[in-house]
Design a protein around this ligand. Structure first.
Ligand SMILES: [Zn+2]
Length: 147
């Protein structure tokens, strides 16, 4: 059983074992729960995803509109989402729009990636990466954390 937070309405959606979470529709608003791409979140929405995501990880990209490397990584991060779903839900937080949430995470340089499982940050890294490296870092870190 995994649980994801609907990006459209914020409802928690449980996906039974053996069902493809990528096909799941929200029980409340009927939108797709996993969208095949990163979800832009506010600080409050980030908290909702941290609390409401179960049995899957979150990968958060902290970025800002003025940050060139962040912009160049954006399509790479989107490509990584297509590979990592449904094991990992990808989120994006604009640190200019949500400075309190970014500082709570301890962001120093951007782009910064945070890997979150069971509501807790289990690893972080900084600097722009190609999609393959984002996927490898995420999978290797999760495998290490599970061992
Ligand atoms: Zn919904």
């Amino acid at each position: 059983m995994t649980q994801f937070v609907c990006p459209s309405c914020g409802a928690g959606n449980r996906v039974p074992e053996g069902r493809d979470a990528r096909q799941a529709k929200c029980g409340k608003c009927h939108q797709t729960v996993l969208t095949g791409g990163p979800v832009e979140v506010t600080g409050a929405e980030l908290q909702a995803h941290r609390a409401g995501t179960k049995g899957a990880a979150l990968l958060l990209d902290v970025w800002a509109p003025w940050c060139g490397p962040c912009k160049s990584m954006a399509p790479q991060f989107a490509a990584a989402a297509r590979e990592l779903e449904p094991d990992v839900r990808l989120l994006k937080l604009n640190s200019d729009a949500e400075p309190a949430a970014a500082s709570a995470l301890g962001v120093s340089g951007i782009p910064a990636l945070f890997l979150i499982r069971d509501g807790k940050v289990i690893a972080q890294t900084a600097g722009a990466m190609p999609a393959s490296q984002i996927v490898n870092w995420t999978r290797q870190t999760l495998a290490k954390a599970a061992a």
